[in-house]
Design a protein around this ligand. Sequence first.
Ligand SMILES: *[C@@H]1O[C@H](CO)[C@@H](O)[C@H](O)[C@H]1NC(C)=O
Ligand SMILES: *[C@@H]1O[C@H](CO)[C@@H](O)[C@H](O)[C@H]1NC(C)=O
Ligand SMILES: *[C@@H]1O[C@H](CO)[C@@H](O)[C@H](O)[C@H]1NC(C)=O
Ligand SMILES: *[C@@H]1O[C@H](CO)[C@@H](O)[C@H](O)[C@H]1NC(C)=O
Length: 467
Amino acid sequence: MRLATFSSAALLLAAQVASAIELDVDSYDSIKAAAKIVARDLANGFWDPYSVAGVPFPTYYWWLHGAILGAMVDYWAFTGDDTYNANVTVGWLRGVSPSLDLQPDEQSFSEGNDDQGFWSIMSMDATERVFPETDAQKDMNAGFLEITQTVQNLQAARWDNTTCGGGLRWQINPANSGYLYKNTISNGLFFQMNARLAKYTKNATYANWADTTYKWLRKTKIIADDYHINDGASIPDCTKFSVERWTYNYGTLLAGCAAMYNFTNKDPYWKDQVDNILKATYATFFDDATGAIKEIQCQDSNTCNSDQPSFKAYLARWMGYTAQVAPYTYDDIMPRLRKNAQLAAATCTGQPGGTACGLKWNIGAQWDGKYGLGEQLSALEVIQNTAPFVAPRGAGAGAVVDKEQGTSRSNPGAMGTRGGVHNRNSQYLPYRLPTYTITNTDRAGAAIITLLVIAGVSFGARFTMIH
Ligand SMILES: *[C@@H]1O[C@H](CO)[C@@H](O)[C@H](O)[C@H]1NC(C)=O
Ligand SMILES: *[C@@H]1O[C@H](CO)[C@@H](O)[C@H](O)[C@H]1NC(C)=O
Ligand SMILES: *[C@@H]1O[C@H](CO)[C@@H](O)[C@H](O)[C@H]1NC(C)=O
Ligand SMILES: *[C@@H]1O[C@H](CO)[C@@H](O)[C@H](O)[C@H]1NC(C)=O
C-alpha cells in the first residue's frame, strides 16, 4: 500500500513536470506552442460559444465570454492559428443578439455598461486586427466596426450629467443598486473604445468623447492626482470613493491614453498620461522581488471572486496594445511582459491535465492550486502579447491597423434595432430572469441560482463594496 502510494505520487509528479509548459520568450515558435496549450485548456475548460452565457454560469458571468472572444481574436492575430475562429464568430453572433446591440435579452436585467464595454472592446480589437468577417455576419449588419459604433452611440446617450457632473453609471437598469455607482471600468472602457474609434476612423466626435470621459475621471479624482486609480465613486456627487485598485482599471485607461497619443500625433498631454499611468501601474502591481504582476486586492489573501483572476489578462493585453500604438513605450513595456510570460508559463503545471496555469506568478515554478477561467485567460494574454517582440516581419503577429487597411464596414449612426430601448426600466421587466425554467425537481437549485443572480446584480460581480 505504502509503496503503491509513493509510486503513484512519484508518477503524478513526473507527469506534472513532463507536461509543464515550456516557454522560450526569444522564440516565436515557442511562444506559439505555449499559447496553443493555454488556449486549448481555456477553450476546453471554460468556453461553449453555443450556450447562452458562453461560460459556465453561475460562477462565471456573461461578460467573460466577451473577454474570451477578445483573447481568441488576439490569439489568432498573434499566432496565425485559426483553430478557434469559427467559434469566435458563433460566440460573437450569440452576444450581438438579434437586436444588434450587444444587449441579448437574457442579459438585459443584469447587464452593465462594463459588460457591454468588454464586448465592444473585443469588437474594436477584431476591427483593428482585421479578424475575418463572414458573409452571413455582414449580411445581418453584425460587422465588428458597426457594432462597436452602436455601443458607442448607446453609451454616449447614457452619459449622465445629472449627477457627478457627468460619467456613465455602472448599471444600465435603474432597478439595480449599481445604478447609483459610477465605476472606473465602465467609464474606462467607454474612454478606450472612443479613443480607439478615433484612431481608427479619424472621426473627431469619438476623440471628443474620449477627451470628455478622461477629463471627467480626472476632475472627479476617480483618477487621483497621484494616479491612484479608484474603483469608482457613488452618486450624487462622486466624492465617496471605492478605493480598491485593480489591474484592469489601470490597463483600460493606459490603452485609451496610448490611442489618444497616437490619434493626436504625440500630444504631450496624452504622453504625460501614458507615462504617469504606466509608472503607477508598475509601482502598484509589479512585485519588487520577482517582477510579477500581482492582483494586490485579492491575490495574497486568496479572496479573489470569479471575475478578478482574469483582470491581469486585460492589463497584459492593454500593455501590449500600448507598446504597439505608442511605440516609444515598447522598450519599457516588453521586458516586463516577457518576464511575466515566463513566470506565468512556469506555473502551468496544474490539474486537471498537468498544464493548468496558476494565479500567483510571484511564487516561482509551481502551481498555486487555482484552476479557473481567469487564470487561463491571464496566462494566455501575457504569453501571446510577447509575440510581436520576436515574430518575423510579415508573419502577422498582431498588427493594429486603421481604416485604410481595415475592411469592417462603418455605420456611425447605428443604434441597434431597438434603439437603446433597454435604457428604460419598464422595458427590462419582461426580460427579468427569462432563461430559468423552474421545474419541481430542481426548484431548490433554481431558487439558489435566482438568489445568486440577484446577489450578483446587487453587490456586483466585478464590484467592490463602497467605503
Ligand atoms: C467549438 O465549440 C463547440 C461547442 O462548445 C465545441 O464542441 C467545439 O469543439 C469547438 N471547436 C473548437 C475548435 O474548439
Ligand atoms: C453634458 O454637459 C456638457 C457640458 O458640461 C455638455 O457639453 C453636454 O452636451 C451635456 N451632455 C448631455 C447628454 O446633456
Ligand atoms: C500609431 O500606431 C501605429 C500602429 O497602429 C504605429 O505604427 C504608429 O507608429 C503610431 N504612431 C505614433 C505617432 O505613435
Ligand atoms: C462621426 O461620428 C459621429 C458620432 O457617431 C457621427 O454622428 C458622424 O456622422 C460621424 N462622421 C463621419 C464623417 O463619419
